[in-house]
Design a protein around this ligand. Structure first.
Ligand SMILES: NC(=O)c1ccc[n+]([C@@H]2O[C@H](COP(=O)([O-])OP(=O)(O)OC[C@H]3O[C@@H](n4cnc5c(N)ncnc54)[C@H](OP(=O)(O)O)[C@@H]3O)[C@@H](O)[C@H]2O)c1
Length: 262
């Protein structure tokens, strides 16, 4: 069994850890580095810093899940695990940046997960030139918290970040906006909030389980001349409608991702 060293056990790191435990990975095959840890975390050995990792623990994979801002400072000591595969989930930190701080010879994969990983329903996109065994190791670790895609062109990572990385926030905003619209249409706030939440969650589940496209599922709810058609005429307006608005939002996020990249 591969030995996993997890560096950073915040929101994303702990979601991954929970997924690995669920997959049946043995606690003794894992170690966590986390400044606030106290000896064990979910029954897994945990240390405060890299200098406390026992010599007997030689990781096959080092999962880097600290904030992007601290990456440059955190990475260098981990270069000593030069035979391991390094899997970074830090937003915006390129493979070149990671190798620059770990060592040019290191095998590095960069991934962008998203927060539904917390309920095992995330999607992660990976990039990095590593051999098939290392790629499979990274894929299986991320598959513990959802779907995994692989891209060949790292330049696409800005668009990935803008679509699936930031995307959950767009859906939560939709739930907020629908609830507010329900209140304006005359519903009590608590009922509108519950209806919006259940509608988003149920529609997401239907989309996940159905073989039909999103466009077909939309068409299935829409009778000619009916209520849904009246709403979609507003939402799909060529000038001010939702598709154009979403395109501008995703472009803004991708542009910001390019600015932040290092
Ligand atoms: N959250 C998202 O939606 C999302 C999506 C995709 C990718 N990501 C990426 O996932 C990474 C983690 O994000 P997050 O939301 O999980 O952040 P987070 O909750 O702040 O987790 C980061 C953890 O790293 C710890 N840490 C700080 N310095 C450390 C060190 N030297 N060694 C080991 N651990 C250290 C932090 O501890 P302290 O709090 O004590 O400093 C914290 O517990 C980021 O790089 C982010 O870009 C996040």
């Amino acid at each position: 069994m591969s030995k996993i060293l997890l560096v950073g056990c915040g929101k994303m790191g702990s979601a991954l850890l929970a997924g690995w435990l669920e997959q049946g990975i043995a606690r003794e095959d894992m170690m966590v580095v986390e400044p606030s840890a106290v000896g064990v975390l979910l029954g897994i050995p945990a240390v405060h810093g890299d200098h406390e990792i026992p010599d007997s623990f030689i990781p096959d994979v080092v999962v880097l899940a600290v904030k992007p801002q601290v990456m440059a400072e955190v990475l260098p000591p981990y270069g000593r695990f030069g035979d391991a595969t390094f899997l970074s989930i830090a937003a915006g930190k390129t493979v070149a940046f990671l190798k620059g701080h770990l060592g040019q010879g290191c095998a590095v994969v960069r991934a962008m997960p998203n927060t539904p990983a917390q309920v095992g329903r995330g999607v992660s996109v990976c990039v990095g030139r590593v051999d098939a065994a290392r790629a499979e190791l990274c894929r299986s670790l991320l598959a513990a918290v959802g779907e995994v895609e692989w891209i060949a062109d790292e330049a696409q990572m800005d668009a990935v970040t803008a679509l699936s990385g930031s995307g959950p926030a767009y859906v939560f905003l939709l739930a907020e906006a629908m609830a507010q619209a329900g209140v304006r249409a005359g519903l009590p706030e608590d009922l509108a909030t519950r209806l919006a939440r259940a509608t988003i969650a149920g529609s997401g589940e239907l989309l996940a389980r159905s073989r039909e496209t999103a466009a077909q599922l939309r068409a299935n709810v829409t009778s000619p001349g009916g209520t849904t058609a009246a709403a979609l005429a507003v939402l799909m307006d060529n000038q001010a409608g939702f598709p154009g608005l979403m395109a501008r939002a995703v472009q803004a996020a991708a542009a910001r991702s390019r600015e932040l990249a290092g």
